[in-house]
Design a protein around this ligand. Structure first.
Ligand code: SAM
Length: 297
């Protein structure tokens, strides 16, 4: 089923197990577990990621990890241009076959963690002011990829990614709730996270032993929060949430080298009880705390 505006073209059915096995076998490629190669075989998932990720006419998409091109194709059907970054060179002849119908896809064979995404957009997507990122991320690099895309601030509007279900729940937890961790606070600093939908393990080949979920991080044009010293903000978040069920005072005092009495006063000035636990903090309180501490440093 195609939504309005989606151009229908004849192309290979890339969620068909027989098609995937055939194209891989003919090219002598087997699944590599260490690269997180669990390919989607549920035909309803990729169209949904593309639609809910904001793919559409006039837009450009960056994909991370093509596999045999199942999501790449759905993005190319909807967006003007797709640039995909894939680490596994063995997939080159496969993608040349599976995506042969498309003239609007460019695949860059590289490690996303070593790729300058801002430069990639400048070189390959000049003129597009609406760039989205969509991916079924390999589990082993979920957090580093998300944090890289947020911290480096490339000109992108949103990041829509499939991740392990537990990671999705942590990323989309409310700051100030029991589920909140360092990554929740970090992601909320740059974006507004939203849980989109869950995907069971049976939707992949080979089937992983965990379930997944798709989340979207909307990145505002102007930063959601600003602090005087960003590095300090992330140091506070990391050290506070390293022991998120414990009281804030001790780990923070040790990590920042501030004596407990001074820190108690700073917390009070920010309206935070010295007995507070990191998981109880609101974003505004962490921001206020950071600015107060940067004032004495
Ligand atoms: N998009 C396909 C799908 O949904 O079926 C494949 C998703 S599979 C979970 C992850 C893909 O990311 C694999 O194709 C893998 O080779 C690729 N990959 C793994 N590590 C990568 C990295 N560091 N940079 C770029 N791609 C990577």
């Amino acid at each position: 089923m195609f939504a309005a505006g989606v151009i229908y073209r004849y192309c290979m059915e890339l969620t068909n197990i027989g098609t995937i096995k055939d194209v891989m076998e003919r090219n002598g490629v087997s699944f590599t577990k260490s690269l997180g190669q669990n390919f989607l075989i549920n035909p309803s998932v990729c169209p949904k990621i593309a639609e809910m990720g904001g793919a559409g006419p006039g837009k450009a998409a960056i994909e991370i990890g093509t596999g045999v091109g199942v999501l790449t194709k759905e993005l190319a059907l909807r967006c003007d241009k797709v640039v995909a970054v894939e680490i596994d060179e063995r997939l080159r002849p496969i993608l040349a076959e599976t995506l042969a119908e498309f003239g609007n896809i460019e695949i860059v064979f590289a490690d996303i963690l070593k790729t300058d995404v801002t430069a990639l957009i400048r070189e390959k997507l000049a003129g597009y002011d609406d760039v989205i990122v969509c991916a079924n991320l390999p589990y082993y690099i979920t957090s580093p990829v998300i944090m890289k895309l947020l911290e480096e601030r490339p000109p992108i509007r949103s990041v829509t990614v499939m991740v392990q279900k537990e990671a999705a729940e942590r990323l989309c937890a409310a700051v100030g709730s029991r589920e909140c961790g360092a990554v929740t606070a970090a992601v909320n600093y740059y974006s507004t996270p939203k849980m989109l939908f869950k995907v069971g393990r049976g939707s992949f080949m080979p089937s992983p032993n965990v379930d997944s979920a798709v989340i979207r991080l909307d990145i505002p044009e102007k930063p959601r929060y600003t602090v005087r010293d960003e590095a300090l903000f992330f140091r506070i978040v990391r050290s506070a949430f390293a022991q998120r069920r414990k009281q804030l005072l001790n780990p923070l005092s040790a990590a920042l080298g501030i004596d407990k009495d001074t820190l108690r006063n700073i917390l009070a000035e920010c309206g935070i009880k010295p007995s507070a636990r990191p998981e109880e903090l609101k974003m505004e309180e962490i921001v206020a705390l950071c600015d107060k501490i940067s004032g004495i440093k």
